[in-house]
Every structure is written in C-alpha cells, then in structure tokens.
Design a protein around this ligand. Sequence first.
Ligand code: GLP
Length: 242
Amino acid sequence: MKFMNLGSRENASRYVAVEMFKEIHFNECTLLGLATGGTMEEMYQELVELLKRHQTDISCLETFNLDEYFNLDISHPNSYMSYMKKHFFDPIGMQNSQFHLPDNDLFDVEEDNLRYDAAIRDKGPLHIQLLGIGVNGHIGFNEPGTPFDSKTRVVELSPETIEANARFFDKQDDVPVQAVSMGIETILYSNRILLLALGDKKADIMAKLYHMTEPDIAVPASSLLTHPNVEIIMDEAAAQYI
Ligand code: GLP
C-alpha cells in the first residue's frame, strides 16, 4: 500500500482525476468503481474538465458505484444517484445503460444485490476502484466488523457515519439508517485501487491505517493490505499525524 501526501487538497484531487482520466482516455472500454462523498467533488470537477478538454470518447465507459442509501427515492437530492448525476454522469453525457448503482428499493433487494455482484464478476475486474474513507475506517458503507469476504448487501449505518453524513441533510433524523453497499470482496476485485482522503477529520484514521501491518476487520480499510495495487492519496491535513 503506497501512502502519498500531495500537500494541497487541489493537488491530491488532481492526481486522482488525472489517473482516472488516463484510464478512460487510453482504454477503449473502461470499467470503473466510483465513490461519492464531499471528498470527491473537486476530483469529479477536474475529471469532467479533462474529459471535455480532450474530447474523450466515453461511449464505452461503464461504471459501478460503491453504495446507495436504502429505501431513499433515487430522485431525492441526497441520494447517491443524484450526486453522481450532478457531479459526473450528466456533465459528461453518460447514458443510463452505462452507469450502475446498487438497487435500493425494498423489493427484491437481495436478488438485485446478487445481480450487482454477478455483473461486476462477469465484466470485471474493475480497472480502477475509487474509494473515500469514513472517519471510522469504513469503505463504501462497510462498517467496522464487516467480514472481508462480504458481497453487496443491505447494511446498518453506524452512529458515527450517521453523524458524519448529517451535514448533507436538514437534520440528523433525516439521515437514512441503512444503505446498500458493495461488499469488501467486491471492492477488492479490481486491478487498481485509489483511495482519496482529505481534511483534518481523516487525520486520525489515516495515521491508524498507516501503522497497521495486518488486516483487521475493526478497520475495514485495512482489507486493502491484501490487495497488490493500492494508492492512498492524501492532502497535508489528512496526513498530518503520519
Ligand atoms: C460516506 C460514503 C463513503 C465515503 C465516506 C466519506 O459515508 N459511503 O463511500 O467515502 O462516507 O465521505 P466524505 O468524503 O463526505 O468524508
């Protein structure tokens, strides 16, 4: 696992955007795993600009997102579908058939989850899996204690995660308490993983992860120690205790 402190938020976001851009631009049909969260906003803005500036053909790009809130209307402004449409899918003109998020409605959710994993298995491995990280070390919505062989499924959000995500909602009670998340095994089924961590709030978890030598299910991101090609990209604020 390679830890990189790129100084400013801008540099760290740009590094990830450029790596994603190269994968899309120089590959005919790129398969990406995508993440949401405040951390990714500048990165997507930069990536959209690069793809437009270079008139990249994205007609064969296909993406799978990590997670979605459970039983929240996908047209809700805080759904991850809305986030992705706003920050990435709509600005580059992706067709509905090109992007996938875990199905989050109440009906047939288990079958839908199996189908989601099967589609990634069939088409994968993903060329790049993009990740953020939660303050408790979660990746996707795989909270502490998640087995490393987990697949896509409905998960309960931890109190820390609900609190951290409350900033996007009017009040904490509005934050969904469940989500559908790609499992850790599914996340690891990728050629390359880029994890972006920005800001003071991520400093403690980054220091903890940096010092881990063995994977431990108490810190879901430590599952990345079992993957051969992982870069952890940080700004100075997130790397300050390393
Ligand atoms: C959310 C998402 C994660 C994301 C993380 C950090 O709960 N499920 O995929 O990486 O929390 O979010 P942020 O970038 O807003 O700090």
